[in-house]
Design a protein around this ligand. Structure first.
Ligand code: PA5
Length: 474
Protein backbone atom coordinates (compact mmCIF):
# COMPACT_ATOMS: atom_id res chain seq x y z
CA UNK A 1 0.00 0.00 0.00
CA UNK A 2 1.30 3.47 -0.92
CA UNK A 3 2.58 5.71 1.88
CA UNK A 4 0.49 8.79 2.23
CA UNK A 5 1.05 11.92 4.28
CA UNK A 6 -1.39 11.25 7.15
CA UNK A 7 -0.97 14.79 8.47
CA UNK A 8 -2.83 15.94 5.33
CA UNK A 9 -5.83 13.70 5.93
CA UNK A 10 -9.13 15.52 5.61
CA UNK A 11 -11.78 14.93 8.26
CA UNK A 12 -15.55 15.12 8.58
CA UNK A 13 -17.17 16.34 11.78
CA UNK A 14 -20.89 15.53 11.77
CA UNK A 15 -21.71 16.17 15.42
CA UNK A 16 -24.06 18.94 14.30
CA UNK A 17 -26.22 16.40 12.46
CA UNK A 18 -26.85 14.37 15.60
CA UNK A 19 -29.44 14.51 18.39
CA UNK A 20 -26.77 15.06 21.02
CA UNK A 21 -26.35 18.57 19.62
CA UNK A 22 -29.60 19.20 17.74
CA UNK A 23 -32.07 17.54 20.11
CA UNK A 24 -35.13 16.23 18.31
CA UNK A 25 -33.99 17.97 15.12
CA UNK A 26 -30.96 15.66 14.89
CA UNK A 27 -30.41 12.03 13.97
CA UNK A 28 -30.14 9.34 16.59
CA UNK A 29 -27.55 6.59 16.08
CA UNK A 30 -30.51 4.24 15.60
CA UNK A 31 -31.93 6.41 12.83
CA UNK A 32 -28.65 6.35 10.92
CA UNK A 33 -28.33 2.62 11.55
CA UNK A 34 -31.75 2.12 9.96
CA UNK A 35 -30.12 2.99 6.61
CA UNK A 36 -27.36 0.39 7.06
CA UNK A 37 -28.75 -1.98 4.44
CA UNK A 38 -29.11 0.73 1.85
CA UNK A 39 -25.60 1.98 2.61
CA UNK A 40 -24.21 -1.56 2.34
CA UNK A 41 -25.93 -2.07 -1.01
CA UNK A 42 -24.51 1.24 -2.30
CA UNK A 43 -21.05 0.25 -1.10
CA UNK A 44 -21.31 -3.17 -2.77
CA UNK A 45 -22.50 -1.64 -6.04
CA UNK A 46 -19.62 0.83 -6.22
CA UNK A 47 -17.05 -1.77 -5.14
CA UNK A 48 -18.31 -4.35 -7.65
CA UNK A 49 -18.51 -1.97 -10.59
CA UNK A 50 -15.42 0.16 -10.16
CA UNK A 51 -13.79 1.06 -13.44
CA UNK A 52 -16.65 -0.16 -15.61
CA UNK A 53 -16.95 2.02 -18.66
CA UNK A 54 -20.39 0.72 -19.58
CA UNK A 55 -21.69 1.95 -16.20
CA UNK A 56 -19.80 5.26 -16.31
CA UNK A 57 -17.70 4.17 -13.36
CA UNK A 58 -14.34 4.68 -15.10
CA UNK A 59 -13.56 7.70 -12.89
CA UNK A 60 -12.85 5.45 -9.88
CA UNK A 61 -9.64 4.24 -11.55
CA UNK A 62 -8.27 7.61 -12.69
CA UNK A 63 -5.87 7.84 -9.72
CA UNK A 64 -4.19 4.63 -10.90
CA UNK A 65 -4.29 4.24 -14.66
CA UNK A 66 -2.88 7.45 -16.09
CA UNK A 67 0.91 7.26 -15.73
CA UNK A 68 1.57 7.58 -19.46
CA UNK A 69 -1.10 10.22 -19.95
CA UNK A 70 0.24 12.28 -17.06
CA UNK A 71 3.78 12.14 -18.51
CA UNK A 72 2.44 13.28 -21.88
CA UNK A 73 0.39 16.07 -20.30
CA UNK A 74 3.40 17.37 -18.38
CA UNK A 75 5.41 17.48 -21.59
CA UNK A 76 2.65 19.29 -23.47
CA UNK A 77 2.09 21.70 -20.61
CA UNK A 78 5.77 22.62 -20.64
CA UNK A 79 5.55 23.41 -24.35
CA UNK A 80 2.42 25.49 -23.85
CA UNK A 81 4.07 27.49 -21.08
CA UNK A 82 7.09 28.22 -23.26
CA UNK A 83 5.16 29.15 -26.37
CA UNK A 84 1.92 30.91 -25.41
CA UNK A 85 0.86 34.05 -23.59
CA UNK A 86 -2.66 32.76 -22.88
CA UNK A 87 -4.39 29.44 -22.34
CA UNK A 88 -8.12 29.43 -23.00
CA UNK A 89 -10.39 26.51 -22.17
CA UNK A 90 -13.46 26.29 -24.40
CA UNK A 91 -15.98 23.98 -22.75
CA UNK A 92 -19.10 23.95 -20.65
CA UNK A 93 -20.58 22.02 -17.72
CA UNK A 94 -18.39 19.07 -16.85
CA UNK A 95 -15.87 20.25 -19.42
CA UNK A 96 -15.31 23.59 -17.68
CA UNK A 97 -16.26 23.57 -14.01
CA UNK A 98 -13.34 21.35 -12.96
CA UNK A 99 -10.69 23.52 -14.64
CA UNK A 100 -12.27 26.69 -13.14
CA UNK A 101 -12.39 25.09 -9.69
CA UNK A 102 -8.78 23.82 -9.71
CA UNK A 103 -7.47 27.13 -11.08
CA UNK A 104 -9.17 29.10 -8.34
CA UNK A 105 -8.29 26.60 -5.64
CA UNK A 106 -4.59 26.30 -6.30
CA UNK A 107 -3.47 29.47 -8.05
CA UNK A 108 -3.05 33.05 -6.92
CA UNK A 109 -6.46 34.72 -6.61
CA UNK A 110 -5.33 37.46 -8.99
CA UNK A 111 -3.26 35.14 -11.15
CA UNK A 112 -3.87 36.84 -14.50
CA UNK A 113 -2.93 40.22 -13.09
CA UNK A 114 0.43 39.01 -11.79
CA UNK A 115 3.50 39.99 -13.81
CA UNK A 116 4.70 37.15 -16.08
CA UNK A 117 7.69 36.27 -13.89
CA UNK A 118 5.40 35.66 -10.92
CA UNK A 119 3.08 33.33 -12.84
CA UNK A 120 3.90 29.68 -13.40
CA UNK A 121 2.09 29.61 -16.73
CA UNK A 122 0.29 31.70 -19.33
CA UNK A 123 -2.74 33.81 -18.48
CA UNK A 124 -5.72 31.53 -18.02
CA UNK A 125 -9.36 31.83 -19.06
CA UNK A 126 -12.25 29.38 -19.10
CA UNK A 127 -15.04 30.40 -21.46
CA UNK A 128 -18.08 28.43 -20.37
CA UNK A 129 -20.85 30.55 -21.82
CA UNK A 130 -22.04 31.91 -25.14
CA UNK A 131 -22.70 35.38 -23.89
CA UNK A 132 -21.51 37.45 -26.88
CA UNK A 133 -20.27 40.21 -24.60
CA UNK A 134 -18.00 37.80 -22.80
CA UNK A 135 -16.51 36.54 -26.07
CA UNK A 136 -16.07 40.09 -27.33
CA UNK A 137 -14.37 41.15 -24.13
CA UNK A 138 -12.07 38.12 -24.11
CA UNK A 139 -10.95 39.01 -27.61
CA UNK A 140 -10.13 42.48 -26.33
CA UNK A 141 -7.55 41.06 -23.92
CA UNK A 142 -5.98 38.15 -25.82
CA UNK A 143 -4.17 37.87 -29.10
CA UNK A 144 -5.55 34.62 -30.57
CA UNK A 145 -2.28 33.99 -32.39
CA UNK A 146 -0.47 33.94 -29.04
CA UNK A 147 -3.11 31.79 -27.37
CA UNK A 148 -3.46 28.06 -26.91
CA UNK A 149 -7.13 27.01 -27.06
CA UNK A 150 -8.03 23.78 -25.28
CA UNK A 151 -11.35 22.71 -26.82
CA UNK A 152 -12.93 20.29 -24.36
CA UNK A 153 -16.00 18.40 -25.50
CA UNK A 154 -16.73 14.71 -25.29
CA UNK A 155 -19.35 14.88 -28.03
CA UNK A 156 -18.03 17.77 -30.06
CA UNK A 157 -21.71 18.50 -30.58
CA UNK A 158 -22.27 20.93 -27.74
CA UNK A 159 -23.54 24.10 -29.40
CA UNK A 160 -21.84 26.43 -26.93
CA UNK A 161 -18.37 24.95 -27.21
CA UNK A 162 -18.56 24.45 -30.95
CA UNK A 163 -19.77 28.03 -31.47
CA UNK A 164 -16.68 29.20 -29.66
CA UNK A 165 -14.58 26.87 -31.79
CA UNK A 166 -16.03 28.33 -35.01
CA UNK A 167 -15.18 31.83 -33.83
CA UNK A 168 -11.60 30.97 -33.01
CA UNK A 169 -11.20 28.96 -36.23
CA UNK A 170 -12.26 32.01 -38.20
CA UNK A 171 -10.00 34.34 -36.23
CA UNK A 172 -6.94 32.15 -36.48
CA UNK A 173 -7.47 31.51 -40.16
CA UNK A 174 -7.82 35.22 -40.86
CA UNK A 175 -4.67 35.86 -38.84
CA UNK A 176 -2.81 33.36 -41.03
CA UNK A 177 -2.22 30.96 -38.15
CA UNK A 178 -2.31 27.24 -38.75
CA UNK A 179 -5.09 26.20 -36.39
CA UNK A 180 -3.27 22.97 -35.51
CA UNK A 181 -0.52 24.96 -33.83
CA UNK A 182 -2.90 26.71 -31.44
CA UNK A 183 -5.46 24.13 -30.42
CA UNK A 184 -5.56 21.05 -28.27
CA UNK A 185 -8.67 18.88 -28.35
CA UNK A 186 -9.86 16.91 -25.32
CA UNK A 187 -12.56 14.58 -26.52
CA UNK A 188 -13.86 11.05 -26.92
CA UNK A 189 -11.30 8.49 -28.14
CA UNK A 190 -12.91 7.74 -31.46
CA UNK A 191 -16.41 9.15 -31.60
CA UNK A 192 -17.53 12.74 -31.67
CA UNK A 193 -17.08 15.66 -33.99
CA UNK A 194 -13.70 16.82 -32.75
CA UNK A 195 -12.28 13.58 -34.09
CA UNK A 196 -13.86 14.32 -37.49
CA UNK A 197 -12.64 17.91 -37.38
CA UNK A 198 -9.13 16.74 -36.54
CA UNK A 199 -9.19 14.39 -39.52
CA UNK A 200 -10.26 17.24 -41.78
CA UNK A 201 -7.33 19.24 -40.46
CA UNK A 202 -4.92 16.45 -41.33
CA UNK A 203 -5.19 14.28 -38.23
CA UNK A 204 -2.35 15.80 -36.25
CA UNK A 205 -4.06 18.17 -33.83
CA UNK A 206 -2.78 17.39 -30.32
CA UNK A 207 -5.54 15.38 -28.67
CA UNK A 208 -6.35 14.01 -25.25
CA UNK A 209 -8.97 11.44 -24.52
CA UNK A 210 -11.97 11.93 -22.28
CA UNK A 211 -12.34 8.25 -21.40
CA UNK A 212 -15.53 6.39 -22.25
CA UNK A 213 -16.46 5.58 -18.68
CA UNK A 214 -15.91 9.10 -17.37
CA UNK A 215 -18.86 11.49 -17.53
CA UNK A 216 -18.25 15.22 -17.77
CA UNK A 217 -18.95 15.96 -14.11
CA UNK A 218 -16.58 13.20 -12.98
CA UNK A 219 -13.80 14.28 -15.35
CA UNK A 220 -11.63 16.69 -13.38
CA UNK A 221 -8.98 14.07 -12.73
CA UNK A 222 -8.66 12.97 -16.38
CA UNK A 223 -7.14 15.15 -19.15
CA UNK A 224 -10.16 17.50 -18.98
CA UNK A 225 -8.81 18.88 -15.71
CA UNK A 226 -5.24 17.63 -15.70
CA UNK A 227 -4.03 19.47 -18.80
CA UNK A 228 -5.25 22.94 -17.77
CA UNK A 229 -3.96 22.30 -14.24
CA UNK A 230 -0.55 21.22 -15.49
CA UNK A 231 -0.31 24.29 -17.73
CA UNK A 232 -0.82 26.35 -14.56
CA UNK A 233 2.02 24.53 -12.83
CA UNK A 234 -0.31 22.62 -10.49
CA UNK A 235 1.21 19.33 -9.32
CA UNK A 236 -1.23 16.93 -10.96
CA UNK A 237 0.54 13.84 -9.65
CA UNK A 238 -0.08 15.03 -6.10
CA UNK A 239 -3.74 15.63 -6.91
CA UNK A 240 -4.11 12.06 -8.14
CA UNK A 241 -2.21 10.83 -5.09
CA UNK A 242 -4.71 12.66 -2.88
CA UNK A 243 -7.57 10.97 -4.72
CA UNK A 244 -5.93 7.57 -4.19
CA UNK A 245 -5.54 8.34 -0.50
CA UNK A 246 -9.24 9.13 -0.20
CA UNK A 247 -10.03 5.97 -2.14
CA UNK A 248 -8.06 4.03 0.47
CA UNK A 249 -10.12 5.68 3.23
CA UNK A 250 -13.29 4.57 1.47
CA UNK A 251 -12.39 0.89 1.45
CA UNK A 252 -14.45 -0.03 4.52
CA UNK A 253 -18.07 -1.03 4.30
CA UNK A 254 -18.90 0.39 7.71
CA UNK A 255 -20.01 4.03 7.15
CA UNK A 256 -18.33 5.01 10.43
CA UNK A 257 -15.00 4.11 8.80
CA UNK A 258 -15.76 5.35 5.28
CA UNK A 259 -16.07 9.15 5.00
CA UNK A 260 -17.79 9.13 1.60
CA UNK A 261 -20.30 6.52 2.67
CA UNK A 262 -21.03 8.28 5.97
CA UNK A 263 -21.55 11.61 4.23
CA UNK A 264 -23.85 9.86 1.72
CA UNK A 265 -25.87 8.32 4.55
CA UNK A 266 -26.15 11.72 6.23
CA UNK A 267 -27.36 13.41 3.06
CA UNK A 268 -29.70 10.58 2.17
CA UNK A 269 -31.16 10.50 5.67
CA UNK A 270 -31.57 14.28 5.57
CA UNK A 271 -33.39 14.07 2.22
CA UNK A 272 -35.77 11.50 3.69
CA UNK A 273 -36.33 14.03 6.45
CA UNK A 274 -37.38 16.75 3.97
CA UNK A 275 -34.04 18.49 3.68
CA UNK A 276 -34.31 19.18 -0.04
CA UNK A 277 -31.60 21.82 -0.14
CA UNK A 278 -27.90 21.16 0.25
CA UNK A 279 -25.79 24.23 0.87
CA UNK A 280 -22.05 24.05 0.33
CA UNK A 281 -20.25 26.83 2.12
CA UNK A 282 -16.46 26.87 1.86
CA UNK A 283 -14.63 29.27 4.16
CA UNK A 284 -12.02 30.03 1.56
CA UNK A 285 -12.08 32.22 -1.52
CA UNK A 286 -9.85 29.65 -3.17
CA UNK A 287 -12.67 27.12 -2.77
CA UNK A 288 -15.47 29.39 -3.98
CA UNK A 289 -15.78 27.48 -7.25
CA UNK A 290 -15.61 24.13 -5.52
CA UNK A 291 -19.24 24.84 -4.65
CA UNK A 292 -20.00 25.42 -8.36
CA UNK A 293 -18.26 22.20 -9.35
CA UNK A 294 -20.11 20.30 -6.61
CA UNK A 295 -23.44 21.88 -7.54
CA UNK A 296 -23.21 20.29 -10.98
CA UNK A 297 -22.00 16.96 -9.63
CA UNK A 298 -24.82 16.79 -7.09
CA UNK A 299 -27.64 18.28 -9.18
CA UNK A 300 -27.03 16.50 -12.47
CA UNK A 301 -26.28 13.18 -10.80
CA UNK A 302 -29.16 13.04 -8.33
CA UNK A 303 -31.95 15.09 -9.89
CA UNK A 304 -33.90 12.34 -11.63
CA UNK A 305 -37.50 11.40 -12.33
CA UNK A 306 -37.19 7.63 -12.79
CA UNK A 307 -35.85 4.91 -10.55
CA UNK A 308 -33.52 2.25 -11.92
CA UNK A 309 -36.54 0.01 -12.18
CA UNK A 310 -38.56 2.56 -14.15
CA UNK A 311 -40.93 3.92 -11.50
CA UNK A 312 -41.62 7.66 -11.33
CA UNK A 313 -39.70 9.31 -8.53
CA UNK A 314 -38.60 13.02 -8.79
CA UNK A 315 -35.69 12.93 -6.38
CA UNK A 316 -32.63 15.06 -5.72
CA UNK A 317 -31.45 17.81 -3.45
CA UNK A 318 -31.07 21.37 -4.71
CA UNK A 319 -27.47 22.50 -4.32
CA UNK A 320 -26.90 26.04 -3.13
CA UNK A 321 -23.53 27.74 -3.40
CA UNK A 322 -22.43 29.97 -0.56
CA UNK A 323 -19.14 31.49 0.53
CA UNK A 324 -17.96 31.96 4.08
CA UNK A 325 -17.77 34.55 5.50
CA UNK A 326 -19.30 36.65 2.71
CA UNK A 327 -22.67 34.92 2.73
CA UNK A 328 -22.99 35.16 6.51
CA UNK A 329 -24.06 38.69 5.63
CA UNK A 330 -26.49 37.48 3.00
CA UNK A 331 -27.90 33.96 3.38
CA UNK A 332 -27.19 32.78 6.92
CA UNK A 333 -30.23 34.58 8.34
CA UNK A 334 -32.38 32.28 6.20
CA UNK A 335 -30.39 29.19 7.12
CA UNK A 336 -30.75 29.99 10.81
CA UNK A 337 -34.40 30.96 11.00
CA UNK A 338 -36.06 29.88 7.75
CA UNK A 339 -37.59 26.51 6.91
CA UNK A 340 -35.97 23.32 8.20
CA UNK A 341 -35.24 22.21 4.65
CA UNK A 342 -31.46 22.42 4.42
CA UNK A 343 -28.22 20.67 5.25
CA UNK A 344 -25.18 22.90 5.29
CA UNK A 345 -21.81 21.45 4.38
CA UNK A 346 -18.99 23.67 5.59
CA UNK A 347 -15.59 23.30 3.99
CA UNK A 348 -12.98 24.53 6.45
CA UNK A 349 -9.23 24.95 6.37
CA UNK A 350 -7.01 24.01 9.30
CA UNK A 351 -4.41 26.42 8.03
CA UNK A 352 -4.50 29.11 5.36
CA UNK A 353 -1.61 29.81 2.98
CA UNK A 354 -1.11 33.16 4.73
CA UNK A 355 -2.37 34.30 8.10
CA UNK A 356 -2.23 38.15 7.82
CA UNK A 357 -1.74 39.81 11.22
CA UNK A 358 -4.34 42.42 12.19
CA UNK A 359 -2.50 45.47 13.47
CA UNK A 360 -3.46 47.18 16.73
CA UNK A 361 -5.36 50.43 16.30
CA UNK A 362 -8.52 52.34 17.19
CA UNK A 363 -8.05 51.11 20.80
CA UNK A 364 -10.63 53.58 22.09
CA UNK A 365 -13.34 52.17 19.77
CA UNK A 366 -14.17 48.85 21.45
CA UNK A 367 -16.01 47.47 18.37
CA UNK A 368 -12.78 47.78 16.42
CA UNK A 369 -9.96 47.73 18.95
CA UNK A 370 -10.48 44.10 20.02
CA UNK A 371 -9.49 42.87 16.56
CA UNK A 372 -5.91 44.15 16.83
CA UNK A 373 -3.30 41.52 17.68
CA UNK A 374 -5.29 38.70 16.11
CA UNK A 375 -4.87 37.45 12.55
CA UNK A 376 -7.30 37.26 9.61
CA UNK A 377 -6.85 33.50 9.73
CA UNK A 378 -8.06 33.45 13.34
CA UNK A 379 -11.00 35.66 12.40
CA UNK A 380 -12.22 33.60 9.46
CA UNK A 381 -11.84 30.37 11.44
CA UNK A 382 -13.69 31.86 14.42
CA UNK A 383 -16.52 33.02 12.15
CA UNK A 384 -16.70 29.56 10.59
CA UNK A 385 -16.97 27.91 14.02
CA UNK A 386 -19.41 30.53 15.26
CA UNK A 387 -21.71 30.07 12.27
CA UNK A 388 -21.76 26.28 12.67
CA UNK A 389 -22.48 26.78 16.37
CA UNK A 390 -25.27 29.30 15.76
CA UNK A 391 -26.92 26.96 13.26
CA UNK A 392 -26.60 24.05 15.66
CA UNK A 393 -28.22 26.09 18.45
CA UNK A 394 -31.23 26.62 16.16
CA UNK A 395 -31.45 22.91 15.37
CA UNK A 396 -30.07 23.30 11.84
CA UNK A 397 -28.23 20.33 10.37
CA UNK A 398 -24.68 21.03 9.34
CA UNK A 399 -21.41 19.19 9.06
CA UNK A 400 -17.85 20.28 8.43
CA UNK A 401 -15.23 18.86 6.09
CA UNK A 402 -11.83 20.14 7.17
CA UNK A 403 -8.73 20.23 4.98
CA UNK A 404 -5.58 20.57 7.11
CA UNK A 405 -4.46 22.98 4.40
CA UNK A 406 -5.34 23.57 0.77
CA UNK A 407 -2.91 21.93 -1.64
CA UNK A 408 -2.96 19.48 -4.52
CA UNK A 409 -3.05 16.47 -2.22
CA UNK A 410 -5.94 17.65 -0.07
CA UNK A 411 -7.90 18.92 -3.08
CA UNK A 412 -7.52 15.50 -4.74
CA UNK A 413 -8.86 13.89 -1.57
CA UNK A 414 -11.79 16.25 -1.41
CA UNK A 415 -12.83 15.78 -5.05
CA UNK A 416 -12.69 12.01 -4.77
CA UNK A 417 -14.63 12.11 -1.50
CA UNK A 418 -17.42 14.14 -3.12
CA UNK A 419 -17.50 11.93 -6.21
CA UNK A 420 -17.76 8.78 -4.09
CA UNK A 421 -20.41 10.43 -1.89
CA UNK A 422 -22.43 11.21 -5.02
CA UNK A 423 -22.10 7.66 -6.37
CA UNK A 424 -23.21 6.16 -3.04
CA UNK A 425 -26.08 8.60 -2.62
CA UNK A 426 -27.34 7.96 -6.16
CA UNK A 427 -27.44 4.26 -5.48
CA UNK A 428 -29.27 4.80 -2.21
CA UNK A 429 -31.84 6.86 -4.15
CA UNK A 430 -32.11 3.99 -6.65
CA UNK A 431 -31.53 6.24 -9.67
CA UNK A 432 -29.06 6.37 -12.56
CA UNK A 433 -26.41 8.67 -11.12
CA UNK A 434 -24.49 8.98 -14.36
CA UNK A 435 -27.00 10.05 -17.01
CA UNK A 436 -28.50 13.49 -17.67
CA UNK A 437 -31.61 13.14 -19.84
CA UNK A 438 -32.94 16.49 -18.66
CA UNK A 439 -29.90 18.30 -20.07
CA UNK A 440 -30.19 16.43 -23.38
CA UNK A 441 -33.78 17.61 -23.89
CA UNK A 442 -32.74 21.25 -23.66
CA UNK A 443 -29.86 20.65 -26.09
CA UNK A 444 -32.26 19.11 -28.63
CA UNK A 445 -34.68 22.04 -28.38
CA UNK A 446 -31.81 24.46 -29.04
CA UNK A 447 -30.77 22.47 -32.12
CA UNK A 448 -34.35 22.64 -33.39
CA UNK A 449 -34.65 26.37 -32.80
CA UNK A 450 -31.44 27.02 -34.75
CA UNK A 451 -32.61 24.83 -37.64
CA UNK A 452 -30.26 21.88 -37.26
CA UNK A 453 -30.92 19.07 -39.75
CA UNK A 454 -32.63 16.09 -38.20
CA UNK A 455 -34.53 18.16 -35.64
CA UNK A 456 -37.45 19.15 -37.88
CA UNK A 457 -39.96 17.23 -35.77
CA UNK A 458 -38.74 18.94 -32.61
CA UNK A 459 -39.01 22.30 -34.38
CA UNK A 460 -42.59 21.49 -35.41
CA UNK A 461 -43.36 20.51 -31.82
CA UNK A 462 -41.96 23.83 -30.56
CA UNK A 463 -43.84 25.77 -33.24
CA UNK A 464 -47.11 24.07 -32.37
CA UNK A 465 -46.91 25.15 -28.74
CA UNK A 466 -49.86 27.41 -27.81
CA UNK A 467 -49.36 31.06 -28.71
CA UNK A 468 -48.27 33.15 -25.77
CA UNK A 469 -51.17 34.79 -23.99
CA UNK A 470 -50.54 38.55 -23.68
CA UNK A 471 -52.46 38.49 -20.42
CA UNK A 472 -49.52 36.79 -18.78
CA UNK A 473 -46.92 39.23 -20.08
CA UNK A 474 -46.69 42.46 -18.12
O1 PA5 B 1 -21.59 16.44 -17.02
C1 PA5 B 1 -21.91 16.39 -18.19
O2 PA5 B 1 -21.96 15.32 -18.84
C2 PA5 B 1 -22.27 17.65 -18.96
O3 PA5 B 1 -22.20 18.76 -18.16
C3 PA5 B 1 -21.30 17.84 -20.13
O4 PA5 B 1 -19.99 17.89 -19.63
C4 PA5 B 1 -21.61 19.09 -20.91
O5 PA5 B 1 -22.93 19.04 -21.38
C5 PA5 B 1 -20.67 19.25 -22.09
O6 PA5 B 1 -20.73 18.14 -22.95
P1 PA5 B 1 -19.58 17.83 -23.96
O7 PA5 B 1 -18.35 17.46 -23.21
O8 PA5 B 1 -20.06 16.70 -24.84
O9 PA5 B 1 -19.37 19.08 -24.77
Amino acid sequence: MAKFDESMKITIDYNNMMDKFLGDKGFTDEKLASYADKAAAAYDYVAANRGRDDLFMGWTELPYNQDEIVADILETAKGVREKFENFVVLGIGGSALGPIMAFTALCHLHYNELPKEKRKGPKFYVEDNVDPVRMHDLLDVIDPAKTCFNVISKSGATSETMTQYLILLDLLTKAGVNIKDNVIFTTDACRGNLIKIDQQLGGDVKKYVLPDGVGGRFSEMCPVGLLPAAVLGIDIKKMLEGAAYMDEQCKEKDPAKNPALMSAVLQYAAMQDGKNIGVMMPYSDNLKFLADWYAQLWAESLGKNKTLTGEDCNVGQTPVKALGVTDQHSQVQLYTEGPFDKVITFISLGKYKYSMPIPHGCEDVPDVGFLGGHTMEELIQAENKATAYALMKQGRMNYTITLPELNEFTLGQLLFLLEMQTAYTGHMLNIDTFNQPGVENGKKATFALLGKKGYEAKKAELDSAPALDKKYII
